[in-house]
Design a protein. Sequence first.
Lengths: 510, 241
Amino acid sequence: MESFLSVGIDIGTTSTHLVVSRLHFDNSSAYSQAPKLEILRKEIIHQGAVRFTPLSADGSIDAEAVAQIIAAEYACAGLVPGDIRAGAIIVTGESAELRNAQAVANELSRFAGDFVCASAGPNHEAALAARGSGAWEASRSRGKTICNVDIGGGTVNAAVIASGQLIDTAAMAIGARFIRLDDRLRVLSITSRARQLLGDLIAPLDLLHSGGVPTANSHSMSSNFQAGDREEVPPVMCASLLTIVDVVAQCILQFLTTAGTDERLQSVMLTNPLQLDRYTIDQFWFTGGVGELMAVSQSETSAAPIEPARYGDAGVVLASSLVKLLKHWQINYLIPTSPIRATVIGAGMHSVQLSGATIDAAEDVLPVTNVPLVRLDLNSDYTVDRLRQQIESECSYRDHDWQRVCMALFIETLPDTSFDRLKQLSMDIAQLVRDFNACAPHIIVLKQDAAAALGMLLRAELNGRSLIVIDGIEAADGDYIDIGKPIVHSQLGTTALALPVVIKTIIFRN
Amino acid sequence: MKVRSDLLPQLLRATPARIGAQRAGTRPRSSSLLAFRWDHALAKDAVHTGLSPQFLDTFAQARNYPVVQSTACDRRDYILYPPKGKKATEQAILQLTSCCPLQCDVQVVISDGLSARAVETNAPDVLSMIEAGLKLENILAGTPVIVRLGRVAIGDQIAHALKAKLVINLIGERPGLSSSESMSAYMTYNPGPQTISSDRTVVSNIHNMGTPAAEAGAYIVKLAKTILHKQVSGVRLQQLP
């Protein structure tokens, strides 16, 4: 079996961490059959420390400091960026709202290795956490519907997996850091979203700490600790603070268990709510930094409970409040091992997939990154005109100019994969490419096994233009695709090449 | 053991194998037994049925492909005496050398093998794709030859007579209980009397549930290109660095 190294880097609201894994792949087809390269085994070879996300004085991500973290972790693992063959860097939670998030992600992705992709987006984040926690695999192998809930500093990201299929995702913008506390448990700041959510409940806190400390609109992650005047009393969480955290915990559980959106939750929703009337959740899995604290909170054997002020936010209290409510409401839940690393493990181990091995690709144009996927619906009675309309409306919706920037046509289902069908499709695609005067390389992404055939036919139609046709890919509307240089299997040589592919969303909400 | 009802459909979708057949008393359930007998009958029919007259008319004759027969005199003779299906008659060889172009890079042979249905279902698409692909790669292909009552080795003999560098024999596989429509492509570089099994590169499992015909055709073109370039096929091709 052969292998390559993949890195996952998660820059979250509170913490940044990195995981390097080795992905083993082999030809999974029988000797006499058309080859198929598959990732058959994955192992983590280096798990970096969980560190605070470094921020500059102006509240933006400190790219240089993140780069130093990456370099330090690589050094610790005995690696250089050149060893890394693939991976993903994901900016999560509130960090994705910071104004330099996108630039930093792109810059760091080049620094971190050969084919490390930049991604963000609350639904994507939720799906990666479900992969990384093992909820996805548990759902597949047990045929259960599992909702993975990743609660970090800034967001709650939920992904629902039914029998190994992702069926729903949703996210809300509240997390452990909705409130910042000093080491005496005095309130330093409350995010504007939390203020909207909590309304009048905030008032007593503001009164209590009327020293002007709480700053409205403070998304800022910078540690603007303003010590205030120290009184010699032991840190006690005041009753109103406990009430507020309880309300937030209730809101989170309401978001997870009640269909439709309550007026009150509207201010913190990042996506549509979960479509809870469509399915029944068998079990909830909790991950993320708060998941990690929930594990501590629920274990009765734990010698010393964590002091509430340990992380300068509501995390510890929120975790114990959630555990209390889950038990009280008798909700079936589980906290997997290493919950805080779910997203980064998902990014590092599960974001890279291999395309089918019988494909057609102009290798000199690879890698291509951040290419928007446009899904074409191909019924048996499709017409070129209708495809043209689909592309036009998608381009205008996404403000994309196909003449200037390349784009990938994603064909999820072909009515059939016969020669005549593929021949006709190749002529139709060539027609579209000419009509739109489309920018090269021309990228076609299929789910069904037909890329080598379509690629060959299309090459004849588009003589000489560079072309990438791959198959075996699952994606959704609005996704982006990165395609890397071929993964070569020493025994198969060049007759069968698989390309590493990352399907992702890029939503930087600044 | 009790099978969880919600998991079984998922497992059934994952494999064409006969799992979850269940039983009634000491025997299989009627539906399982009937399904088994149905598939078995299809497999037996596939073995005993030759290329249909319609196929020979619409595919071979319409495209002007020559049709020849092995030394077996009928289907029964062919099944009972396997060596007879490996050789073409001298008359057949003479017919081919007179009507087909010689010394091409690639000679395609289409044999019924043990499932004429597999050939009828898959060969037209595989052939169209091979022809389109070879043209794109500037590889010269001869006129395809259809063989009735043919086995794998007969392709080597025909291509040797036509002095082709590479033979591609598209042949119906021995049917199983999950598919009676599976076709293989056997490819031999420099085929002739000296050819043995290990000289052949094979692409098997060509059918709708395996490698679809057109896609298999494209892969065969890539293999053909590699084989012609390296001038070797079969196990020795596999062993090249």
